[in-house]
Every structure is written in C-alpha cells, then in structure tokens.
Design a protein around this ligand. Structure first.
Ligand SMILES: Nc1nc2c(ncn2[C@@H]2O[C@H](COP(=O)(O)OP(=O)(O)OP(=O)(O)O)[C@@H](O)[C@H]2O)c(=O)[nH]1
Ligand SMILES: [Zn+2]
Length: 301
C-alpha cells in the first residue's frame, strides 16, 4: 500500500509528548513529532503523515510568523506561535503586578505583536480606581485598554468580539485575573471541549492541556488560552530585542551619543534625556534595567 499523502494542519493543543493537530476539514489527529525534533507549539502550522484513522507524525513545522515564550533559570515555556495579537488580562483583585504586565508587553512588542490590555472585574468598585491609576502609567504607549467585567458576559462579549474577529489572539494573564471566566463566556464549554478532545485522543481524563486553541463559535477568529503565570522571565531576549520591547525608546535612541549605548548611565543618552523631559517614565525605564540586568547575569552579553 502506498503511503498516505502528507497533510497540512495546525497544532491546537500540546500534551507533553504528543500534539492535537487540526486538519482543514476540522478533523483532529493525535500526532507525535518525528525523531527527536522538539519544540512544536500551539499555533504552529505543520506537515503531518497520517497514520491509521486518527494519528499521525509531525514531519515539519512550517515557518513561524512569530513565537511567544517566557524563560527563566528553571525552564523555557512556549506560549504559542503565529498569533496576531496578545490580550493581557489584569484585574484590581488580586491586584495585578506592574512588573509582570510590563514583561508581557515587552514579550509582545519584542515579537512584533500588538498588545491589548483588558482590565477585568470593573464591578469591584472599591479597588478599580487604583487599578486604573496604575494602568494610566501605560497611557501614551500604543496599547488598546478595554475595561469590562467577565461577570457581565453580554457586555463583555460586545466589547471583545469586534477585537477578536478574524484574528488569532493569545490570552495571557497572571493567575486569578479571570482568563478562564472570559474564555468560557467567549467559547462556552471550552473546558469541557478540552476534556472531550483529551479523552477522544487517549490523553486521559486527568491530563490537563496547558495551552489550547479554540475557534470562536459565532464569528471567524481563534483564541489561545494559556495557563496563568506568576513569573515572566525574558532571558531569551537579546539587548536589541529588549529595546524593541520598549517602543517609546525608539525615537530617543536615535539621539544616543554612542552606538552601543545601554541607556543606563552613558553620557549623551537620548533615553535618559527623554526621561528628564518626562517623555519616558522612570517606571518603564526601571523595568528595562531589571530585564537587562537579569539577562546580563546569565552571562549573555
Ligand atoms: N468580581 C469579579 N470576579 C471575577 C470576574 N471575572 C472573574 N472573577 C473571579 O476571579 C476568580 C479567578 O477567575 P479565573 O477565571 O479562574 O481566573 P484565571 O485568570 O483563569 O486564573 P488561573 O486559572 O489561575 O490562570 C474567580 O473566582 C472568578 O469568579 C469579574 O469580572 N468580576
Ligand atoms: Zn542611550
């Protein structure tokens, strides 16, 4: 019997050793990477060789438009590939972290991906003002900030669905910000679906898929759910990547006296001058210095 012809599909879930690949006809296959090739991630477009009725091997990962991940001394965690935008969920309670939110923004910009920040739980009236005030430090950066309450699902859908149309959106946030609640309002039974897939594909009932791509039920567009994080290392970024993660530095850097200026203490630094003039906030500059120092401590530069 001749080999079945290779097919192209998209990885919609990663389960440790194997992946769920969706084919253009909507069917799902449990696929294993061929050989020792690792590193496939949710959102990847792949070429597979079908095996049997519902399995396959991943022969090749097609070129990625982008790849989002975080990394620290412990490990590297890929979030997703080929995304159009990042939706970063923050909330007044538990209070979101400026540092982690800033890092997620850096991850987005350094990968060339547009970020949207969602301030969830605006029904928490006593604490929402404080959250708004902290978010105001991001004003002036090119970020769309949307306020909503996932406990008012109808209004929430009205606010989010237009932003999600025709796009592949990665949902990201610290633990407890309300990602699952938002996801479930956008894709009812998302969690149940995950269970179903896992069981149908033999992943076992208790294997939780950490990252999963869902199609929006009522309009074109995909949303990728990812586990909540409590740390967001960016050890993989080069100094140039980090600079790209701070788009407000771009014009100022043109004025730096030294081509290899690190924008910390050098004389004639355009970024330091822009801080003096109030065009760049010290808070963002502090974050920049923290990320750079962490990477330097790795002996990268
Ligand atoms: N008051 C209020 N509570 C909310 C809202 N959205 C979510 N919550 C609550 O916040 C808690 C955390 O919500 P989840 O959706 O589980 O948060 P998550 O971001 O998925 O958290 P992880 O699973 O840790 O990543 C739950 O108790 C939700 O009911 C909201 O709009 N208003
Ligand atoms: Zn400089």
């Amino acid at each position: 019997m001749a080999d079945a012809p290779a097919l192209q599909g998209r990885i919609i879930a990663a389960h440790g050793r194997h992946y769920t690949v969706e084919l253009p006809d909507g069917s799902l296959r449990k696929c294993f990477p061929r050989g020792k090739k690792a590193g496939a991630t949710v959102g990847d477009y792949v070429v597979i060789s079908p095996q049997g009725a519902d399995e396959g091997s991943i022969d090749r990962i097609l070129e990625r438009r982008n790849l989002l991940y975080r990394s620290d001394d412990m490990r590297t965690k890929q979030f997703a590939a080929n995304v159009d935008q990042l939706l970063i969920v923050v909330a007044p309670e538990p209070a979101f972290s400026d540092d982690l939110t800033g890092r997620a923004l850096v991850a987005a910009w350094s990968a060339g991906i547009a970020p949207i920040v969602v301030l969830n739980k605006i029904d928490l009236e006593s604490s929402v003002a404080g959250a708004r005030k902290r978010l105001a430090t991001l004003a002036g950066l090119d970020i769309h900030i949307v306020e909503l309450s996932a406990h008012a699902p109808q209004e929430m859908r009205a606010a989010l669905l237009p932003l999600l149309r025709d796009r592949c959106t990665l949902l990201l946030g610290q633990s407890g910000m309300g990602k699952s609640t938002i996801l479930n309002a956008l894709v009812p039974d998302a969690r149940a679906h995950t269970q179903e897939h896992s069981q149908a594909l033999g992943a076992g009932k208790h294997t939780t898929t950490s990252t999963h791509l869902y199609h929006l039920p009522d309009q074109p567009g995909d949303i990728i759910d990812s586990p909540g994080f409590q740390a967001f290392g960016l050890y993989h970024l080069s100094a140039t990547d980090i600079e790209r993660g701070f788009p407000e530095f771009k014009d100022a850097i043109e004025h730096c006296r030294y081509y290899n200026c690190t924008h910390r203490h050098e004389p004639g630094c355009g970024v330091l001058a822009a801080i003096e003039q109030g065009a760049i906030t010290t808070q963002r500059h502090e974050l920049y210095k923290r990320i750079l120092a962490e990477n330097e401590a790795q002996g990268r530069y």
